[in-house]
Design a protein around this ligand. Structure first.
Ligand code: ATP
Length: 306
């Protein structure tokens, strides 16, 4: 039975490796009862942040806490927070059950818990087989089982969806939702928005060690542009230019800042018949890529620091 999870709070976290700053003054909060996606391209600083949170590395400055406490200060760390950082770190000749038994012993968790978590992640039958023969999806489930051993109210999972087949993704997605519905705090990292888009309630996006966005998917919604064309294209461009950003492309003029009706009205007022008028919403993945490769952070930051 899960207790209500504590929030994860990252405050002004900085980690310097020599001259490289892996995490740079990063602040965000992860609330219980929902699945939060921690996103950023490879090298953005996700693992460094998670390792700081789990007390595996010491931050250069700032803090990462669970319920206001650093990992080392938790009264009962293994029943407070469960983590799965790498799905490939299992010894291949050991069985899934054997792995969990060792983990349970080290954590002071009753041995009976091993079969409970194997059952919960759907590995009850495969538990006695060697991990070397497991698919990536099975190793992901085993990592999750290990994270659940202490029945923690906070779960931290590094790339739990990476490499799963569609059935595995569906399974993981609904499993994570249930864990959040039980009241737990669930933080999952990924380098692909498309991978977690249907799984997460909240997003924390980082790039180059800094916060680029915190909020829900709707807040990240792409910009809508209007594509318009006319036989007298140059005149149309001149008519629209005072009202919006207009970019000439081979298939017409791409207008940002007006909707299709407004573009039509300006053309009509200038007496220019149109040959094409359509609206395009840029995909979330485009917005995400712009965010993590662009120079500036988004303005949709209302959620930051909550
Ligand atoms: N122990 C270390 N020593 C030196 N540099 C490091 C160390 N760990 C990480 N870095 C550097 O810090 C930056 C952030 O790495 P980190 O692994 O946290 O990113 P990430 O977002 O988790 O990426 P990935 O998805 O590839 O794991 C990278 O430039 C990385 O090379």
């Amino acid at each position: 039975m899960a207790r209500r999870g504590s929030p994860i709070e990252v405050r002004n976290l900085t980690k310097q490796y020599g001259s490289a700053r892996a995490v740079d003054d990063l602040s965000f909060t992860v609330e219980p009862g929902r699945v939060t996606g921690f996103l950023g391209p490879n090298g953005a600083g996700k693992t460094t942040t998670l390792r700081s949170l789990l007390g595996l590395i010491r931050p250069t400055s700032g803090s990462a806490t669970i319920g206001g406490k650093r990992y080392a200060e938790l009264d009962s760390p293994l029943t407070t927070v469960g983590a799965a950082l790498e799905a490939n770190s299992f010894h291949p000749s050991r069985s899934g059950r054997g792995h969990l038994a060792i983990q349970a012993k080290a954590a002071g968790v009753p041995a009976a818990r091993v079969d409970e978590v194997l059952l919960r992640v759907g590995l009850a039958e495969a538990g006695s087989r060697k991990v070397g023969g497991y698919s990536l999806g099975m190793r992901q489930r085993l990592g999750l089982a290990g994270a659940l051993l202490g029945d923690p109210s906070v779960l931290v999972l590094d790339e739990p969806i990476n490499g799963l087949d569609p059935e595995g993704i569906r399974w993981m997605r609904s499993f994570l939702k249930v864990l959040a519905e039980e009241g737990r705090t669930v933080l999952i990292s990924s380098h692909l928005l498309s991978e977690v888009q249907q799984t997460v309630d909240e997003l924390v996006i980082i790039a180059k060690g800094r916060l680029a966005y915190q909020g829900d998917l709707a807040g990240l919604a792409g910009e809508t542009t209007v594509t318009v064309d006319a036989p007298r294209r140059a005149e149309l461009q001149a008519a629209l230019a005072p009202h919006a950003a207009v970019q000439p492309l081979p298939n017409g003029l791409v207008v940002t800042g007006l909707d299709a009706e407004q573009v039509g009205a300006h053309a009509f007022a200038a007496g220019i018949p149109l040959s094409a008028l359509s609206t395009t919403a840029s995909g979330l993945e485009d917005v995400f890529l712009n965010l993590v490769t662009g120079e500036h952070t988004t303005t949709a930051m209302e959620g930051a620091g909550r």
